[in-house]
Design a protein around this ligand. Structure first.
Ligand SMILES: [Zn+2]
Length: 337
């Protein structure tokens, strides 16, 4: 299954827009596709969307992804309304007054190559604020694409104190550090930015011990012309959907940093639990949702190898081990390599 984000044109902030997308997915999508709706109208952070109405129209969750919910008051009301809507909030945590002008993790690399710094605290302060609000409102929340040790520490403390908080991490934050930014290749420009080796190791540990239960791609397509500009002018974001498994298998499982079992769980049952989707089971009589993997297959990531309309991948030119050779979605075979 795929959950799509609402930061599109138009923003998914009304039952009409959401309904049209759900219809289109029903006729065109080959794997079950759900949609998150915006927390605030037009994702402008000023006024809450009609969350209850959007939930009855089929919203899987709520997020203003692409930008943070800056106002603590609005965030608090969103938590309260999410209880009525019965859907989780998925949060992009960024304190904009700290990230403004930032293009790379604040550290040695950004200093040496002279890129505007985006400090870890720009993420972790917002994580702490949102966890404090969730604790006070006794509401669950889901933290998207964590990148910094400080954020993971805050999440651990909140979970130990009984807050129902879940979190996800991207393949690029698990596999790369800000050293990759030295190339000034805009396909290494993400929000949040690639951070240090210490941060990367913390994210892997959290994935292993279940503090983080979801791997999500933060798939962000950009046209070639948007990324063919100097690093500082390029937009944030990379694609990751088609390479997620192979990248993590090649760069984490084969070197022994993560087991195949944990990787598969965090890409399937883990996310399903957070969003209230039935966990996939392989069972006689059940509708099959599964992929067949060839773990030995080697393939090179090339610009023309994507089904996605864009090719802004950090893996271009890389040879990966492991490939999806067959996909059965909702009982139907929808892909054969
Ligand atoms: Zn985001």
């Amino acid at each position: 299954a795929i959950l799509a984000m609402p930061n599109t044109e138009p923003v998914v902030d009304s039952a009409a827009v959401l309904g049209a997308l759900i219809e289109r997915a029903r006729s065109d999508a080959v794997v079950p596709t759900g949609f998150m709706a915006a927390i605030s109208k037009d994702q402008s952070g000023e006024e809450l969307s009609e969350m209850a109405e959007l939930a009855s129209a089929g919203a899987a969750a709520f997020t203003d992804d692409g930008r943070p919910v800056e106002s603590a008051g609005l965030m608090r009301r969103a938590l309260q309304y999410s209880a009525l809507a019965g859907r989780p909030l998925a949060l992009h945590c960024e304190e904009p007054t700290l990230s403004r002008g930032g293009h790379a993790h604040e550290g040695r690399v950004s200093a040496e190559i002279g890129l505007g710094p985006y400090p870890s605290t720009a993420e972790s302060l917002m994580v702490e604020r949102d966890l404090a609000l969730a604790a006070a409102e006794e509401r669950p929340l889901h933290l998207m694409h964590l990148s910094a040790r400080e954020s993971v520490d805050a999440l651990r403390r909140a979970r130990d104190a009984g807050v129902t908080a879940t979190a996800e991490v991207t393949p690029h934050h698990l596999c790369l550090t800000d050293e990759a930014v030295r190339s000034l290749d805009p396909n290494f420009k993400m929000n949040p930015p690639l951070r240090s080796e210490d941060d990367r190791r913390t994210l892997i540990d959290a994935l292993r011990d279940g503090t983080i239960t979801v791997i999500a791609t933060d798939h962000a397509p950009h046209a070639r012309h948007e990324k063919e500009v100097p690093f500082e002018d390029a937009p944030f974001g990379v694609i990751g959907l088609e390479t997620a498994f192979a990248a993590l298998h090649t760069l984490l499982v084969l070197p022994g940093e993560l087991t195949l079992e944990v990787l598969l769980e965090r890409m399937s049952a883990g996310p399903a639990r957070v969003f209230g989707i039935p966990e996939p089971v392989v069972e006689v009589g059940a509708r099959a949702n599964l992929v067949a993997l060839d773990l030995e297959a080697e393939w090179e990531v090339t610009e023309d190898g994507f089904r996605s309309l864009s090719a802004n991948s950090w893996l271009l030119g890389t040879t990966l081990s492991g490939r999806v050779v067959r996909t059965i979605a909702d009982g139907r075979e929808v892909f054969v390599a």
